[in-house]
Design a protein around this ligand. Structure first.
Ligand code: SME
Length: 173
């Protein structure tokens, strides 16, 4: 896959993130865009740490076949491994990885990239491919850059929330 496709997607996600009203809309936009532009990205989705519970990942917006894995403990799956290790995990052949939680019998390889905000993992982006060894260094860079955009977006929204005067403070003015 040409690097220009990755660059184009990153630029469109950055552009959308500049005015997205909330994280959910940025997630929806991104999973659709990525899946449409990269045909070997057969399932594209977010898993985010459960609010107040760093031990479980909850399925977020995704593009692809429905999955039964709506909640994944961080001790399980390739998804859990990426959080536990705090780094991108690439599996060339899911059939030979005992950690793998099956989502579709068509899936042959997978990449999971953590998303950090304020220096802490808050979730991840998960991609499955029907091709063996589908993901190389360029995919990793592309997805890690995407994850950085998502993390920065969350930090920006947190800051906006913290800067917002409370109703009481606004009334006192
Ligand atoms: N394969 C993942 C589970 C999620 S599905 O791929 C959508 C895993 O092993 O954690």
């Amino acid at each position: 896959m040409a690097n220009s496709a990755f660059q184009e997607i990153l630029s469109e996600i950055t552009h959308f993130a500049a005015t997205a009203k909330d994280f959910a809309s940025l997630q929806e936009f991104s999973v659709s865009l990525i899946a449409e532009r990269l045909p070997y990205y057969n399932w594209v989705g977010f898993y985010m740490l459960a609010p107040g519970d760093d031990n479980a990942l909850l399925l977020g917006p995704f593009h692809g076949a429905p999955t039964e894995h709506l909640r994944i403990p961080v001790t399980e799956g390739i998804c859990g491994a990426a959080v536990a290790q705090g780094e991108t995990v690439i599996v060339e052949d899911v059939a030979s990885d005992p950690r793998y939680l099956s989502c579709s019998i068509d899936t042959k390889s997978e990449i999971v990239v953590p998303i950090r905000a304020h220096g802490k993992i808050v979730g991840e982006i998960d991609i499955d491919s029907h091709d063996l060894s589908a993901f190389g260094p360029d995919d990793r860079s592309f997805l890690e850059e995407s994850a950085a955009i998502f993390g920065q977006f969350l930090e920006k929204k947190d800051k906006e929330q913290n800067d917002k005067p409370t109703a009481q403070a606004a009334l006192a003015k």
